[in-house]
Design a binder for this molecule. Structure first.
Ligand code: AVI
Length: 321
């Protein structure tokens, strides 16, 4: 995803805010420039990164029940996906909906025009019969325009445990905003990564090939390129931890030495002491009780859950209350 000038100034503001705070932090929403998106695709193929495969397995093995739950009691469906990526997992559901003759239109929403163009040309080729309407822009602006009481059920998908990258209060606010634009017959379909052996989780965020490390460090490279920073990437190291009491994986970049970093575009310098962490990302894991509470706080109730035999990962279908 390339940034717009509006996003750049927001980016600059967020970098100033984060590096001036104690403890220092940067927002993982800025991970996804072109190189960051490419590295994330690589992460999804890593042996340690089980999340994508777990969700894919649920879709492949339970596509019948999932597609039935999407369309039962509805005439036509608008299948809306927030941040579709390369659409590999969604393709399984789309193929099944088409084979069942469900009347639906697929609406991928992404901030990146490039990502939308690539996805629609791939899907046009793969599924010539598919009605696809890609939308580029902010999730809620687009959703507002789609949720126009046209009599079609909206099924909004937010997959890949992307919700785990939100702090709890932001996740609740996000669900409440979604609730405002949805009607009672609509549905929300969300991927949640579940609490599990802490060692499995740590390995997923600290892979042996160092791809996750490169993914985190790439944000410093982006600051150098877009904001004229002089971060020396060799002077920072990636560190991932999992706290079982909070079910939260967090990643940090650690300053290997005492140093000062200057960022020209914002005319500021930031001092780091040796071993000072920059908090980069939270990847929240969930228990059934946490998901239940989150749905209610967000204005929904759980209609149905789809999970694999190990309870490793859940795709939860919510209905508005
Ligand atoms: C996009 N998101 C769900 C990923 C995750 O698992 O938190 C991002 C990621 N960060 C490191 N590896 C993958």
């Amino acid at each position: 995803m390339e940034s717009t000038s509006l996003e750049l100034s927001q980016f600059a503001e967020d970098v100033i805010g984060g590096l001036s705070s104690t403890p220092k932090h940067l927002s993982s929403r800025y991970f996804y420039d072109d190189e960051g998106s490419r590295l994330f695709m690589e992460i999804m193929k890593l042996p340690e990164y089980y999340l994508t495969r777990a969700e894919m397995k649920i879709f492949t093995e339970q596509k019948d029940a999932i597609c039935e739950a999407f369309s039962e009691g509805a005439g036509a469906v608008d299948l809306i996906e927030l941040g579709a990526g390369d659409g590999t997992k969604t393709a399984v559901l789309i193929e099944h909906l088409l084979s069942k003759g469900v009347d639906f239109t697929y609406h991928p929403i992404d901030i990146s025009q490039e990502a939308n163009d690539a996805l629609s040309s791939r899907f046009h080729e793969k599924f010539p019969a598919l009605r696809i309407e890609p939308h580029t822009g902010d999730y809620f602006q687009v959703l507002g325009s789609l949720c126009n009481n046209n009599g079609r059920r909206k099924v909004v998908m937010f997959l890949g445990s992307n919700i785990g990258n939100f702090l709890r209060e932001s996740a609740v606010a996000f669900f409440r905003d979604l609730r405002k634009v949805l009607s009672e017959d609509d549905r929300l379909f969300i991927g949640f990564d579940m609490q599990k052996d802490p060692r499995t989780i740590v390995a997923a965020y600290d892979d042996a090939q160092g791809v996750t490390s490169a993914f985190n460090l790439n944000l410093l490279r982006r600051i150098n390129r877009e904001l004229g920073g002089d971060f020396d990437l060799d002077k920072f190291s990636h560190y991932a931890q999992y706290r079982p009491m909070e079910c939260a994986a967090r990643s940090f970049l650690i300053s290997r030495e005492k140093q000062t970093v200057t960022i020209k575009a914002i005319n500021r310098s930031f001092d780091f002491y040796q071993w000072e962490p920059i908090f980069m990302e939270i990847s929240q894991k969930y228990t059934h009780a946490m998901i239940d509470e989150l749905s209610r706080d967000g204005g929904f109730e759980i209609a149905r859950e789809f999970f694999n035999e190990k309870d490793f990962y859940i795709d939860s279908l919510w209905r508005p209350i």
